[in-house]
Design a protein around this ligand. Structure first.
Ligand code: XMP
Length: 321
């Protein structure tokens, strides 16, 4: 089934929200529903549309998978508390780390995150809550890239011939699937979300696991999490579409305190893009890159090399895995 795109120029935000809330109400009915909130613009918009449709009939969870950015759970819970939505934090760190153990192939990593999220963690939450459906923030770009076989987005099933009811035991509703990122931002603003959410840069579902080349371990997660915080702080003023730090697997020779240090490499990417389908590296000021490099070298233990990616998408993709 092909999905009819709603371009941002012809999107009537209020009408869209009312229609989608009505659809959710009809589909879920009086049965309880659940959704996962990561704090990104897509899942935040779905959370508010879902609560408009179902009120307390919708249970919203933040899955602490150990792959999230610094302070993410606390920030998300506080923003939604301010909007009158209770978010329950579920500690699933061990399950995700166990599932990722020993895996180096990018698509296998994505699959491990997907299975742990939908089958294990959500399977359990759905059973416990008696929910019959899951609301999620899949957008059209996720579907396009998955169907084109570029990257398996963690949240796309039907278009791959997977029936979630058979595979996981619950139905999935996707109110944003006709929109691209710019459309979702418009909806999120109309829903009354703060600018810190509706202007938030995209962050992938597999989270920091998508920013580590090779096996994901808790030590590497700590390093890339710190590098990510520094990168986001220093590159935010660029106003770019997205910026990220990637931890490489290969080591290179460095020198620290007069001694050889066979250390780690961080690659920085910063993108100008409209909708993530095509992207070019932002012409970041040299002084900014220098400041970023020095802060990472000083504050991320074991890193001796910081590089800036200058290849456009295509042929690059925005994330490294
Ligand atoms: P790529 O790397 O495919 O990224 O050029 C395009 C946009 O999609 C985001 N991205 C993902 N989002 N699940 C997601 O929800 C994923 O598996 C995933 N992979 C990439 C990426 O951050 C960028 O904004």
């Amino acid at each position: 089934m092909s999905i009819k795109e709603i371009p941002v120029a012809s999107l009537d935000a209020e009408k869209f929200i009312e229609e989608q809330a009505g659809l959710i109400h009809r589909e879920a009915g009086a049965q309880p529903a659940v959704n996962a909130l990561s704090g990104g613009v897509d899942s935040s918009a779905v959370t508010l549309i879902g609560h408009r449709a179902l009120g307390d009939g919708l249970k919203t969870y933040f899955i602490e998978n150990g792959l999230m950015r610094e302070g993410e759970a606390e920030k998300v819970v506080a923003v939604f508390r301010g909007l009158g939505v209770h978010v329950q934090v579920v500690d699933a760190r061990k399950e995700f780390l166990d599932a990722l153990k020993g895996i180096t192939d990018p698509e296998e990593k994505r699959e491990a995150v997907t299975q742990t999220f939908y089958k294990k963690v959500f399977g359990r939450l759905v059973r416990e809550s008696g929910a019959k459906c899951l609301l999620q923030g899949t957008i059209l770009t996720d579907v396009d890239e998955t169907v084109a076989g570029i990257k398996r987005q963690h949240n796309v099933f039907e278009q791959l011939g997977i029936n979630p009811e058979e595979a996981f035991g619950y139905k999935i509703l996707e109110p944003l699937v006709q929109l691209r990122k710019d459309g979702v931002r418009k909806i999120a603003e109309a829903l009354g979300l703060p600018a810190s959410v509706y202007k938030r840069i995209p962050f992938p579902g597999p989270a920091l696991a998508a920013r580590i080349i090779g096996e994901v371990t808790s030590e590497k997660l700590d390093l890339v999490r710190r590098a990510t915080a520094i990168t986001e702080e220093i590159l935010a003023p660029t106003g770019a579409f997205q910026y990220m730090a990637i931890l490489h697997e290969d080591r290179v020779t460095g020198v620290r305190d007069g001694k050889r240090d066979f250390g780690m490499q961080i690659e920085i990417r910063c993108w100008d893009s409209l909708d993530a389908r095509r992207a070019i590296p932002t012409r970041v000021k040299w002084e900014t890159l220098e400041a970023l490099s020095l802060k990472i070298l000083a504050e991320v233990p074991g890193v001796v090399s910081v590089t800036y990616n200058i290849a456009p998408k295509p042929p690059s993709t925005m994330e490294a895995i």
